[in-house]
Unconditional design. Sequence first.
Length: 292
Amino acid sequence: MIGPLRLLLGMDFDSVHILGAVEGTLPGTLPVDPLLAGDPLERRAQQEAQSRRDWLSALAAGDGGEVVVSAPATDSEGRAVYPSPWLLELLAGDGTSLSATAVRTGTVTHPRLHRVGAAVPGRGTSLHVGERREQDAAAAHRAGIDLSHTALARRDDLPLGRALETVRARRSDRLTEFDGNVAAVAGLPLIAQGLTGSSQSATGIQSWAACPFHFLMGRVLWVAGTEDVEDERWWQIDAAERGSLIHKILERFFGRSRPVAVRSPGPPTAPRTSGGWRPSPLRSSTAPQPAA
């Protein structure tokens, strides 16, 4: 029988297995209600009481036989999870107090606590096929077996096999496809036409004579060269952009400046009276006069 804990109420089994006994699941948490702040309906206490009754019913269902409570060390995305406080209560039944961190990391021992799967490398049974393949690859490496013969390296959807082939080819003294050897694809029309497929310029022939691989990449496969980020050209403003920017700055500067009336040079004006203009008294000036 497989189902939630509440289905075990009043039943009796020789063996009961409770899976996923982690914090946040046993006991569970209420979903966030966007309309009701807090818990005005006091549903949290009701849920915890119901979860507690279901938990005790599951333990009672295997009272005459075996009860196994399991908790993973990580979730499906590899994040750490901790055992439920109710699981710790079972371990503390003889008066021993254990912390969730110590139980998860395996730094404590208990007669009723057993660790299985990848938590103990080389021991127990793998929890899923991915862990089994990793353990097989690690065992092959320790035994001196070629990793390219393992199941992980033979899978086309995983990069291990291709990575091993690439590293070994580059470290060898052979000219391989990873060093520019295109013999395996020499029969393709794109490669086979070479210099005879179309008319070539003098620059193209010169490029082929200087470096056939450079000609292949640039003239046949049309692979663009990588921009040199260290070149100062990429860190400078284009001349046209710089000119447009200066013009915009000057336009905004003079557009926001307050216009100022400029008086034409001439003799000093005298204050105006009701009868007309009268001359101002002469005043001496200490300002230096320009030399004749």
